[in-house]
Design a protein around this ligand. Structure first.
Ligand code: NAD
Length: 507
């Protein structure tokens, strides 16, 4: 579909190469974009490093002003950005808009909270160092490379971009080859706000351009995408000991307890499984329902699913599969489940078209089928009954992924949520954590590591700087060759007094 790069990575890539972004609903060309070469990427990073001198030296308040102005620009032009996203991803315009709404809130939070979280703070220096004042502050790393996916082309990269910028870094962003226009829109509007300074730049292209960014003179690389590519990113970044954040895929479950509000649980499972045509990293792919309420839950979700249809017309609630190759993955998972004995409750193999996949619900799906073990990234749900919540937790955790998930329970929500091995869980709702800017976002296991959003997300793009300042002469001079036996003895007395007793935290 796109232009390919001829030369190998050992040779310079031609800057004249281009690729097309396509409308996934019909294959029409949306726009043509440059394939930026390794030289182009290096040049962008060099410009970013120079701009970092200016941006990094601004006060938190000054940077916040720019970021909040950008936030206002995005808000005022939200329909325009949503249209670019709609054309490139195929998602309904209103879904594209909702995604931008969430991103706007994150940009504002990062701008407003960076000073409090990253600015200089005094910490206790302890009795041994009572003559010292102690401080910690979080300094920008310099230039941050961001590589993004196409499924949430605004919300997902902005979780890295806005937090990295608020922390005082400059950013070079390589958007997905499926959504380059969205990436360009974001970088161009930011550029307008900072008078054209290269604080946040975009480079476009395919995997090779992403690889060039990994190998460039950057100080950290924030990657969001598949685990398969994440491994390549880490390997490339290892060349220069460049630290990485990996936000990869998931196989999240939604657990329904016997006392859950079934109507709400079904509504949530349906939306979290089918919205964005199931192409959501923190979407629901598996549902474990207490056997006592399995039948009424199924009746409820199938009733509600009657209104959900994939298409490109205004009545369709979900759009096409953005990446054509994903259709084959979805088909193989559904066929594997059916071949192993799953029951088709809705849709099924016949619901999988060339560009659109109609909502598919399978039940009694064998736990060893790929529909349960691998990320499907399509509008499918595997719904299985369980005898107890312990079994639901055990099955939920029996995956290499660990991104997010949800629990529907009136009494035991918190107890169940805390036992799920994942970075994020919402109780009696879905993906609520993504809309709370103060909460960290990220996974464990094959879902990656590192955090965006919240205080953790700001600190992710900094290094901690510790400073002590001597306030007065020490009572015991320990750090000099003049230290004598008397001082050693005093030090021993003090440490015995402080730590030699049997006191514990409970005393
Ligand atoms: P992908 O891994 O195919 O591509 C992601 C990005 O990596 C693209 O920009 C691509 O051009 C680039 N890339 C490809 N090869 C590269 C290489 N060798 N070196 C450097 N960069 C390279 O993923 P995708 O299909 O765009 O996105 C879907 C995946 O992203 C799903 O697995 C989804 O779960 C995951 N995702 C995760 C999160 C999260 O926050 N955890 C959020 C959104 C999406």
């Amino acid at each position: 579909m796109t232009a390919t790069i001829g030369p190998s990575l050992d040779e310079p890539i031609t800057t004249s190469a281009t690729f097309d972004s396509l409308d996934p609903a019909n294959g029409d060309v949306v726009a043509t974009h440059p394939i930026h070469s390794r030289d182009d990427v290096d040049a962008a990073v060099a410009r970013a490093r120079e701009a970092a001198q200016w941006w990094g030296a601004l006060s938190f308040d000054e940077r916040a002003e720019y970021l909040l102005t950008w936030r206002s620009v995005i808000t005022r032009r939200i329909a325009q950005l949503a249209e670019v996203s709609h054309r490139e991803t195929g998602k309904p315009h209103s879904d594209a808009q909702l995604e931008i709404v969430l991103a706007i809130d994150h940009i504002a939070w990062a701008a407003k909270n960076a000073k409090k979280i990253l600015g200089q703070q005094k910490v206790k220096s302890g009795l041994l160092m009572a003559n010292q004042a102690a401080y910690v502050e979080y300094k920008p790393l310099g230039v941050v490379g961001v590589i993004g996916p196409w499924n949430y082309p605004v919300f997902t990269p902005c979780g890295s971009i806005a937090y990295a910028l608020a922390a005082g870094n400059t950013v070079v962003f390589k958007p997905s080859e499926y959504t380059p226009g969205v990436g360009e829109w974001l970088a161009h509007t930011f550029s307008e706000v900072v008078g054209g300074r290269p604080v946040f730049q975009v480079v476009t292209g395919l995997g090779e351009t992403g690889n060039a960014l990994c190998l460039a003179d950057i100080d950290k690389l924030a990657f969001t995408g598949s685990g398969r590519t994440g491994k390549k990113v880490m390997a490339a970044c290892a060349t220069n000991l460049t630290p990485v954040i990996i936000e990869a895929g998931g196989k999240d479950s939604l657990i329904v307890d016997e006392d859950a509000d079934l109507e709400k649980a079904a509504e949530a499972a349906l939306w979290a499984g089918m919205s964005n045509a199931g192409q959501t990293c923190i979407g629901t792919e598996r549902v474990y329902v207490h056997e006592k309420v399995f039948e009424p839950f199924m009746a409820e979700i199938l009733e509600q699913a009657k209104d959900v249809r994939a298409g490109s017309d205004s009545g369709a609630k979900i759009g096409p599969i953005t990446m054509p190759s994903q259709v084959g993955v979805i088909r193989s998972h559904v066929e594997d489940a059916v071949a192993k004995g799953a029951t088709v409750a809705l849709g099924g193999p016949d619901a999988i078209g060339e560009r659109f996949v109609q909502p598919t619900i399978l039940t009694h799906v064998p736990e060893d089928s790929t529909e349960i073990t691998e990320e499907t990234f399509g509008p499918t749900l595997a719904i299985n009954p369980v005898r107890s919540m312990d079994e639901a937790i055990e099955r939920t955790n029996a995956t290499a992924y660990g991104l997010a998930g949800a629990v529907f329970s009136k009494k035991r929500g918190m107890e169940i949520a805390r036992q799920i091995r994942s970075g994020m869980t919402s109780i009696n709702s879905v993906i609520a954590f993504a809309g709370v800017p103060a909460l960290p976002f990220g996974g464990v296991g094959d879902s990656g590591f590192g955090r965006i959003h919240g205080a953790d997300g700001l600190k992710e793009f900094t290094y901690a700087k510790a400073i002590t300042r001597q306030k007065f002469k020490p009572l015991m001079m320990l750090t000099a060759f003049s230290r004598d036996a008397k001082t050693d003895s005093k030090a021993m007395q003090l440490i015995t007094l402080l730590h030699g007793g049997k006191q514990t935290l409970r005393d």
